[in-house]
Design a binder for this molecule. Structure first.
Ligand code: PRP
Length: 224
């Protein structure tokens, strides 16, 4: 018998991101006919699906690739930005039609001429230090990357950084803080990821899930 701890080898364990992507992820799963979690009191972090055949593991978005790579969850939903930053090794069988945004290099509108050269040594604040390092290294720019956990737009406003690398969705946060995009590092959207071993060991369940999601995505594309 399976318990509530998500450890049964027969159950499919799905790492879901808490926060802004959650509603759209559940809506897509529902449209695909995948059993959703039952009601809870809002604090439990592992929830059985209503049909009892799966376990939802509710994770911080940035941690979803970690749970999936280590096999603590068989599949997960996360953003491509988070996945690339994490450098985790998982399968990525399906892009999902939400969470679209871009990771951009941004500067204050009154300092558009900040040079991007080796000797300029820009200070760059970001929640994405790995992707930011990759970007500047590939261009031979000797940037100092300053990791932050949020409200990255503050960086240039308070003199902490010359530039930022951050997620842009509507662009309103940039505009409100006198910043503008100068390069796109990555176009991002949600993606379904799968643990490499689970892809083989739980192949029927994983493939059924992918097929159901793919069908729901195709149907929504043809009706919009
Ligand atoms: C994200 C991102 C930007 C903002 C972009 O922040 O880091 O700040 O959303 O969205 P927009 O282009 O539609 O304005 P989030 O809300 O996740 O909070 P955080 O800055 O504290 O990480």
């Amino acid at each position: 018998m399976s318990g509530q701890n998500g450890q049964s080898p027969d159950l499919l364990r799905i790492a879901m991101p808490k926060g802004r992507m959650a509603d759209k992820a559940y809506a897509l799963f529902a449209a695909a006919g995948i059993s959703l979690p039952g009601d809870d009191n809002g604090r439990r972090l592992i929830l059985p699906s209503r049909d009892g055949r799966m376990r939802y593991v509710l994770a911080k978005p940035a941690d979803v690739p970690t749970y999936v790579e280590y096999g603590a969850a068989d599949v997960g939903v996360c953003g491509l930005d988070t996945l690339r930053e994490s450098r985790r090794s998982v399968y990525e069988p399906l892009l999902l039609p939400f969470g679209r945004c871009r990771l951009s290099l941004c500067t204050p509108v009154d300092r558009l001429d900040t040079p991007l050269r080796y000797e300029s040594q820009p200070r760059v604040a970001t929640k994405y230090p790995n992707l930011t390092m990759d970007f500047f290294r590939a261009r031979g720019v000797n940037a100092e990357v300053i990791p932050l956990n949020g409200s990255v737009e503050l960086g240039p406003l308070v003199g902490l950084a010359d530039l930022i690398v951050d997620i842009v969705e509507t662009g309103s946060t940039l505009r409100a803080n006198g910043l503008t995009e100068i390069r796109t590092l990555l176009e991002s959207q949600a993606v379904l990821i799968v643990n490499r071993a689970s892809y083989r060991l739980k192949s029927p369940a994983v493939r059924t899930l992918i097929a159901a999601l793919r069908t729901a995505i195709t149907q929504s594309e043809t009706t919009t």
